[in-house]
Design a protein around this ligand. Structure first.
Ligand code: ZN
Length: 442
């Protein structure tokens, strides 16, 4: 149901369909531009009654009382025509008209999918117009099937989501990309007009509209990237492509894993627990870890190597068949040991170290490794991501010190939960804090 009668609606009706009378719903808003257009072309606009029949026609002749340089901001308020909010509405209207033109071309050049996307943009502009005229909050919205947050994320990483590097616009580009680039630039102009009307100092009066306009240009940028990659090739200029909206090789799903940083720790056998903490002692759980069944225990030990000692080292439970110490290479340097890079459980070539507990100490031979970075996956996750146990993948971590980890081992087990594990050296190399996410590439 139409909620705003815009000048574009009248233009299309009048020029395309030859209509001279327009029947609208009782609550439909008529923009000032529509009134002027209707007046200029002698069109009649009539309001439909809620039931049936026709109510009074809307007067489109110039109001006697209204001076030429004034216009209606809303039903109550008259403002001069150079009011920034009127300028903003004019920009919205122009932008909508430009979108409609491109939509018409999309149909002509057999690219209905792109036309559909752009029509979503038109609908959003109409919502903005209605929210502004009625001074009501915007309803919830999506664009291209994406939430505002997703639009932002995806427009920042077209290389990840659409396999497209940013391409500066150039004349030899695909025609659809050029059209979309123009629309994107025009959407920025709408945003500028919005800023002039709604931003005072550092505060914005209509944050909801600001967000929508900002994400709308993100969405148009996403479409631009997709078009540049050939996704809407049916939309090429005359004589161009003939396929209809062929999808480019878009990766099915971006595979993300949360990254956890493992501090230095030790796993102990039952008998080593007793040697260090006393006969009959069992590890006590202080906190459960991300992997099912694993826990950080209350117990602590000290490690002593040829060059130094480290106290307060975490003991992870439950007890294991072999005692294993996992250190970063920085730790190893401090202690004076030389561990190999190994997956947990693989102690071939592992280094020796002395472990000291409150009730005793032991020499752990062939127990020290520097953990190889790995990803834990449950079988369902592995299947969804198309990965297999022992597969090696690259994991990119973004941030102010982006790092790509190579040869990360995928480990699949029913008890596993989706996490990547790295040690402190690796985390510092990539300046990783809490809530880091790695992007997995097979
Ligand atoms: Zn792990």
């Amino acid at each position: 149901m139409m909620e705003i009668l815009t000048e574009s609606d009248l233009r299309i009706g009048f020029f395309v369909r030859g209509e001279r009378e327009f029947l609208i719903d009782p609550d439909t808003v008529i923009t000032e531009e529509s009134r002027i257009f209707a007046e200029h072309h002698g069109l009649r606009i009539e309001r439909r009654k809620a039931g049936s029949g026709v109510q009074r026609p809307v007067t489109v002749s110039p109001g006697k009382a209204k001076p030429e340089h004034m216009t209606n901001l809303n039903a109550q308020e008259l403002v001069p025509k150079n009011d920034p909010r009127i300028t903003f509405r004019g920009k919205l209207d122009t932008f909508q008209a430009q979108l409609l033109r491109v939509i018409a071309k999309c149909y002509k050049y057999n690219s209905p999918k792109l036309a559909e996307y752009l029509y979503e943009a038109v609908e959003l502009l109409r919502k903005v117009m209605a929210a502004d005229v009625r001074n009501e909050p915007l309803p919830e919205w999506t664009f291209l099937g994406l939430s505002p947050e997703e639009l932002r994320e995806r427009s920042h990483h077209p290389e990840i989501y659409y396999n497209m590097k940013h391409q500066p616009p150039e004349a030899d580009m695909r025609y659809a990309a050029l059209e979309l680039n123009l629309l994107r630039a025009q959407s920025r102009e709408v945003e500028m007009a919005f800023s002039c009307a709604f931003i005072e100092g550092t505060s914005v009066k209509r944050g909801d509209i600001a967000t929508l306009l900002n994400r709308l240009s993100s969405g148009l940028y996403i479409l631009y990237c997709r078009a540049a990659g050939g996704e809407f090739d049916g939309c090429q200029a005359a004589g161009g492509g003939t396929q209809c909206c062929q999808a480019a090789s878009v990766p099915a799903k971006v595979m993300q894993v949360p990254v956890e940083v493992s501090a230095r720790h030790i796993h102990l056998t039952k008998s080593d627990v007793e040697k260090l903490f006393g006969t009959g002692h069992r590890l006590t759980c202080k906190r459960e870890l991300s992997q099912t069944g694993e826990f950080l225990s209350e117990e602590r030990v000290a490690l002593r190597g040829p060059k130094g000692e480290m106290t307060n080292v975490a003991v992870l439970g439950p007890e294991r068949p072999a005692t294993q110490v996992e250190l970063s290479l920085s730790d190893a340097r401090v202690l004076g040991v030389n561990p190999p890079i190994r997956l947990s459980g693989d102690l071939s070539g592992a280094a020796d170290i002395a472990v000291i507990g409150p009730k005793g100490e032991l020499e752990a031979r062939g127990a020290v490794i520097a953990a190889r970075s790995h990803i834990h996956l449950a079988p369902e996750d592995a299947k969804e991501m198309g990965l297999q146990d022992k597969q090696l993948v690259s994991v990119e971590v973004k941030g102010d010190r982006p790092v790509t980890f190579q040869d990360v081992v995928v480990r699949v087990k029913p008890s596993f939960r989706k996490f990547m594990h790295i040690d402190f050296d690796e985390a510092n190399a990539a300046h990783i804090g809490k809530d880091a996410v790695g992007l997995v590439r097979p």
